[in-house]
Design a protein around this ligand. Structure first.
Ligand SMILES: Cc1ncc(C[n+]2csc(CCOP(=O)(O)OP(=O)(O)O)c2C)c(N)n1
Ligand SMILES: [Mg+2]
Length: 576
């Protein structure tokens, strides 16, 4: 790898030191997009055996890096050019930090002296300052001999404690700096124990167990932190040995199979207000859980607590009490906290009272029967339910496949209809409900795991990253994209209130053929107007592992505004 000079003294440089530092720490994939000043870096990285997956827009390789971090517990690497490329990657970095996905955004940057004097350099921007508030940590390397420390610090910041995004600023000049090869090698750091376990205090464990013991109507809530932790067997043992019903949040689906008899997902609106003690595992009490209070939790007004007592497992002490009082905070890594609880529970833990379990089972049976009835219908045109009945069967038959999901109705219906059977198989819009993660997540999941990927995409959602179908074809990835095409955002039926020639802001070209898009790059395009065609297309895609896009025509009247979060839309006080 090292360049050899005429005098046979081995020298190395910034390019190679960054590559060597990443490799030394087991990072063997980069998601990036070339250009000044990192084009040669992408070439050299590839030459040195790193897999460089090249994208069409930086937001997509940023999302790819973030979800690689979620899936592997190692920071995913996103590589961009300066200013505009950096900014394009920044949304993914901020989203990763919000969702606690470990990633490192590495951006090339322009000449410091010129940037700092604002003299108008090519792609001039003070990137470090801009990145700082949007990530866990941000570092700049001015000298090649500091690369080892910088990469080590970036890795630690990304994966230790609560994981998140890290920014690493590499000015153009630094790449070309040389140093003695042996000294360069010595300057690199192989990070020892990058995400140290954080053992909860015995006192905190006791407090949690004592509270749990008092529960008449206990409930466990699993968040995506629980999925990230890869403590699947112990989480399952805790749930099964206590007999406590549980609710999986979206990306926690599959830690236990959704068909598990203790899943209370089909009785959500009954168990949240009904529970008296709630154990949160890697789940925050943010908007997705109605802040732990209000009517959802049985409170009288929208800010009133429902009277539940909470035990919360989280690695970040400041998470506690962020919305309601946490009676038993259990601070530590999820694996350590769950095994401590498990040890404390022993063998004779009493099952929850039968009336609580019975009442849940009754609601669940009723709701599942209602759902089965709806799914069995076969309306024309196809609606979300009849299409998702197919997806549900396909995932059941292929439980190792990874499901990527975004949209509004296309998201909400998929989450509630499609059962997951294994952990970390459902990847979606996360805490922000962000559109645009689709193709980045799909490419990354296929590259990182080698499994088949099924991306269920609203037609609007797909548009944010749709050009990456070329990337999917270029790397010949086993990705089946299904566009739920209802002619627009939420539905395709809005009309322009002013009556002019422009269509309504939520409406797209009618009867668009998204399948033609992938055909342009040699992928398989299919057009499905009924469940049978959709099933045939998806089965064929899974069997062949060929890049596939199915344009699934969905009744344009079927969706609701914002899916399940209609109420978050502000209402105008002024009547027409
Ligand atoms: C980055 C970003 N921009 C805009 C939105 C607002 N938004 C939420 S869902 C959605 C698209 C919904 O339409 P579609 O994906 O077609 O799903 P459908 O409800 O029609 O099934 C949009 C634009 C968002 N969540 N994120
Ligand atoms: Mg739509």
């Amino acid at each position: 790898m090292d360049m050899t000079t005429d005098t046979q003294v081995e020298v190395t440089d910034g390019f190679h030191l960054v590559i060597d530092a990443l490799k030394l720490n087991g990072i063997n994939t980069i998601f990036g997009l070339p250009g000044i000043p990192i084009t040669d870096f992408t070439r050299k990285a590839q030459a040195e055996g790193i897999r460089v997956i090249s994208f069409r827009h930086e937001q997509n390789d940023g999302n790819a890096a973030a979800i690689a971090g979620f899936l592997t517990q190692r920071p995913g690497i996103c590589l961009t050019v300066s200013a505009p490329g950096f900014l394009n990657g920044l949304t993914a970095l901020a989203n990763a930090t919000t969702n606690c996905f470990p990633m490192i955004l590495i951006s090339g940057s322009s000449e410091r002296e010129i940037v700092d004097l604002q003299q108008g350099d090519y792609e001039e921007m003070d990137q470090l300052a801009i990145a700082k508030p949007l990530c866990k940590a941000a570092f700049r390397v001015l000298h090649a001999e500091d690369i080892g420390v910088a990469v080590a610090r970036a890795i630690r910041a990304a994966v230790s404690g609560r994981p998140g995004g890290v920014y690493l600023d590499l000015p153009a000049k630094m790449f070309a700096q040389t140093m003695d090869g042996a000294a360069g090698k010595k300057s690199l750091i192989e990070v020892v124990d990058p995400a140290p376990r954080q053992i909860p205090s015995q006192e905190a464990v006791q407090r949690a167990l004592e509270l749990l013991k008092t529960a008449k109507r206990p409930l466990i809530l699993l968040g995506k932190g629980a999925a990230y932790a890869q403590a699947d067997a112990n989480i399952r043992a805790l749930i099964e040995e206590t007999g406590i019903p549980y609710l999986p949040m979206s990306m926690a689906k599959g830690i236990l199979p959704d068909t598990h008899e203790q899943s209370a997902a089909a009785a959500r609106s009954f168990v949240l207000p009904g529970a008296d003690v709630v154990l949160l595992i890697g789940a925050r009490l943010n908007w997705l859980r109605s802040y732990g209070k209000g009517k959802t939790w049985g409170g009288k007004g929208h800010k009133d607590p429902g009277g539940q007592k909470f035990i919360q497992i989280d690695i970040w002490p400041q998470e506690m009490d962020s919305n309601v009082r946490i009676d038993a905070p259990l601070v530590g890594d999820i694996g350590s906290c769950v095994s401590a609880l498990l040890a404390g529970i022993g063998s004779g833990w009493p099952k929850p009272p039968a009336d609580w379990l019975g009442a849940i089972a009754e609601r669940k049976d009723k709701n599942l029967a209602k759902m089965a009835e709806t799914l069995a219908k076969n309306p024309t045109p196809m609606n979300f339910h009849s299409a998702l009945n197919v997806v549900r069967d396909i995932i059941k038959a292929n439980p190792d496949a990874i499901l990527v999901n975004e949209g509004a109705n296309a998201l909400d219906f998929t989450r509630s209809i499609v059962d997951m059977y294994k952990p970390r198989k459902r990847l979606d819009v996360g805490t922000w409900g962000i559109m645009g993660i689709g193709m980045g997540f799909a490419v990354s999941a296929a590259v990182v795991t080698g499994e088949s990927v099924i991306a269920i995409e609203g037609d609007s959602a797909f548009g944010f990253s749709g050009m990456e179908v070329e990337t999917i074809c270029r790397y010949n990835l086993p990705v089946c994209v299904v566009v739920f095409n209802n002619n627009g955002v939420y539905r395709g039926t809005d009309v322009n209130p002013a009556g002019g020639p422009d269509v309504a802001p939520t409406v797209f070209v009618k009867d668009a053929r998204y399948d033609k898009l992938i055909e342009a790059f040699g992928g398989v395009g299919m057009h499905a107007t009924n469940p049978a065609e959709l099933r045939k297309g998806m089965e064929e895609a899974i069997r062949s592992r060929k890049p596939t896009l199915i344009n699934a025509v969905i009744d344009e009247t079927a969706g609701t505004e914002s899916g399940r979060i209609t109420s978050l839309n502000p209402q105008s006080a002024k009547k027409k």
